[in-house]
Design a protein around this ligand. Structure first.
Ligand SMILES: NC(=O)C1=CN([C@@H]2O[C@H](COP(=O)(O)OP(=O)(O)OC[C@H]3O[C@@H](n4cnc5c(N)ncnc54)[C@H](O)[C@@H]3O)[C@@H](O)[C@H]2O)C=CC1
Ligand SMILES: O=C(CO)COP(=O)(O)O
Length: 378
């Protein structure tokens, strides 16, 4: 057995069979006992992940601010706001208490499923109680406005390097509503500390939910954030009535743009051909199940952004991320025509048709122009 396999098996054994202290196969001896999970965020994705982990036999509690959501989960096994029609695993519990620290102290694994623009807030609230012995898993996909920071940078900034660098980041093509129905799903989990990525992999891995580990945190995060911007563009094209050629073009040119940004920030170019890269981009930019695609589609049909967001009922991370990415790309000097076009529609009052015209009438150039593979740290 390879040492990777050893680590994976060790992690899984500690999950299901033996106390962490008896686990001899983990290279870094951190006392995990993965049976007590706290999921922060009672929205679509937090609920589906919590349900998945509860069904695997873990003790799982969801923290949600909305008391109706908490009561619905505790009393009727339903998330009345986000997943009305789904019966959740009956052992799943919920709480609206976080500030006293008790839920965090009782947990060994903490999953953060909070939109990126609110991440800093939840990190500050959890900071007094989170220790290095918690396995922390972030699933949000976005870039913070004003700072232009990725979630991994915000985590290290708020929690400090020692605890922050142990965090793990789960991403990839995974619509919550399909995960909760046990539809086959594959994702990646990245961490700067390999043993943590393997732990997170072991926590989530199940017959219908395959998890691949990786070490490229920046790549996974850039891909997860920017695919939402490209999904907005793809939806807008569809809303205008453009068909498959346009969609394929947006997805492919979008991927080139995501790679340019990622590589400039130090990502491994290979990551963009993986689940968190082309996998999630393909999923989100071609499906009406995607909220970002839906926002774009409705804008393409002529609806106003404010109204679309008011009636969406859930977060579309790509909207704020477009703002953040637009500023970031200009700051780091990466050409980002698709992002610029989406920005001009969302925040510049430009009509979708006009934005497409601008995009299509740019000067011709080489296909991989601007992709500086020498910038990658790998
Ligand atoms: N829904 C999906 O299929 C997937 C979502 N994601 C990502 O997961 C993250 C969460 O998405 P969803 O759960 O779908 O969004 P959602 O809109 O369904 O739920 C967001 C939840 O966060 C809570 N929240 C917002 N601000 C908060 C704060 N300051 N403190 C505490 N709670 C707060 C809301 O009350 C809500 O319960 C996003 O970054 C999204 O991109 C990732 C993969 C799939
Ligand atoms: O990230 C997602 C699937 O992997 C969900 O996409 P939306 O947020 O666009 O619904």
């Amino acid at each position: 057995m390879s040492s990777d396999q050893d680590q994976r098996m060790g992690a899984r054994h500690s999950l299901h069979r033996q106390p962490a202290s008896e686990n001899q196969t983990i290279s870094t001896p951190i006392a995990f006992n993965d049976t007590s999970v706290l999921v922060l965020g009672g929205g679509n994705f937090g609920t589906c992940l919590a349900d998945h982990l509860a069904a695997m036999g873990n003790e799982v509690t969801i923290y949600a601010r909305d008391q109706k959501v908490v009561d619905g989960i505790n009393n009727d096994h339903h998330n009345v706001k986000y997943m009305k029609d789904v019966v959740l695993t009956d052992t799943l519990k919920a709480t609206s208490q976080l500030e006293d620290g008790a839920a965090i102290q009782a947990a060994t694994v903490i999953i953060f499923s909070i939109p990126t623009q609110h991440l800093r807030d939840i990190l500050a609230k959890t900071k007094p109680f989170v220790t290095k012995s918690h396995l922390t898993i972030f699933v949000n996909k976005g870039i913070e406005i004003h700072s232009g920071k990725l979630p991994c940078d915000i985590v290290e900034e708020v929690w400090g390097k020692e605890i922050g660098e142990c965090a793990t980041y789960l991403s990839g093509p995974s619509f919550a509503m399909e995960v909760v129905k046990r539809q086959p799903t594959c994702v990646s989990v990245a961490s700067r500390v390999k043993e943590r990525a393997l732990r997170a992999q072991a926590v989530f891995h199940a017959p219908h939910f395959r998890v691949y580990d990786c070490d490229d945190v920046i790549g996974v995060e850039v891909a997860g954030a920017l695919k939402n911007v490209i999904a907005l563009a793809a939806g807008a094209c569809a809303g205008l009535g453009f068909q498959q050629n346009a969609r394929a073009a947006i997805i492919t040119r979008g991927l080139a743009e995501i790679m340019r940004v990622g590589v400039k920030l130090g990502a491994d170019p290979l990551t963009f051909s993986g689940l968190a890269g082309v996998g999630d981009l393909f999923l989100t930019a071609q499906s009406e199940k995607s909220r970002n695609y839906t926002v774009g589609f409705r804008l393409g049909r002529g609806e106003k952004l404010d109204y679309v967001l008011e009636t969406l009922g859930s977060v579309a991370e790509g909207v704020e991320t477009t703002k953040a990415a637009y500023e970031l790309c200009h700051k780091i000097g990466v050409e980002s025509p698709v992002c610029d076009a989406v920005y001009s529609v969302l925040f510049g009052g430009v009509d979708v048709k006009e934005a497409v015209k601008t995009l299509m009438s740019r000067d011709p150039h080489a296909e991989f122009h601007g992709l500086d593979l020498g910038a990658s740290k790998k």
